[in-house]
Design a protein around this ligand. Structure first.
Ligand SMILES: N[C@@H](CCC(=O)N[C@@H](CS)C(=O)NCC(=O)O)C(=O)O
Length: 211
């Protein structure tokens, strides 16, 4: 049995949406961040970094949202969440998955948790502002690359679109939210219209504004 350790709206939303798209049986296990559950001894045995999410599949214990996403795409190829191995489309899929995780997702860490990096209040404010400006530029590039395509890979929907939606959603409180870019807004609308995504959002108790 698959089990996903999650907290509503966190990086666990990507594998959660994928599991709903796949239609596999799985158990959702809440990590209670309100009591710092991600730093409990029990959870640290699953992910010594104390971060959410973790996927358990039998004896496999996997952390890192992007790694979980790539694993799920391979484990359930019939769900079509990634193009066939060895194709140019697969290469583009890797590009987006890696870019999204190590560029905007990593930048969000400074935006959401500036105090984890600097203790001085003025430095934290400056760090957050600089991270927000870098995120704006990253979303400009992603929006330009997306253009008027339906999905990041063109006509083909993939897990990368779910990933991008999650990152667009995280920016909904920014001074210039990603949804203010028409291409990104249109992609987020298309993702939210998917029944599996609606199920995941509802199961996590996520209400409007969704992004
Ligand atoms: N690179 C990691 C980042 C995970 C991450 O930072 N998760 C956040 C929630 S979105 C978290 O657990 N924050 C709580 C903390 O750092 O204590 C991944 O993609 O899994």
């Amino acid at each position: 049995m698959l089990a996903l350790y999650y907290y509503p709206g966190n990086a666990s939303l990507l594998p959660h949406m994928m599991l709903r798209e796949i239609g596999a049986a799985f158990e959702l296990r809440l990590v209670d961040r309100t009591s710092n559950g991600q730093k409990s001894a029990e959870y640290l045995r699953l992910n010594p970094n104390g971060r959410i999410p973790v996927l358990v599949d039998g004896d496999l214990v996997l952390f890192e949202a992007a790694a979980i996403a790539l694993y799920l795409a391979d484990r359930f190829p019939e769900a079509g969440l990634a193009p066939a191995m060895g194709t140019p489309e697969r290469a583009a899929f890797y590009k987006w998955m890696v870019h999204l995780t190590n560029t905007p997702q990593a930048e969000y860490y400074a935006w959401f948790y500036p105090h984890a990096q600097v203790s001085d209040e003025a430095a934290a404010v400056a760090l957050k502002q600089a991270a927000g400006e870098r995120l704006d530029r990253m979303f400009d590039v992603i929006s330009g690359q997306l253009g008027d395509r339906t999905w990041l890979l063109g006509e083909r929907f993939s897990a990368a679109d779910l990933f991008l939606f999650m990152l667009i959603r995280w920016g909904r409180g920014m001074p210039r939210p990603p949804r203010s870019l028409p291409n990104l807004n249109a992609l987020a609308e298309r993702v939210v219209a998917r029944p599996a995504v609606q199920q995941a959002l509802e199961a996590e108790g996520i209400k409007a504004p969704l992004f």
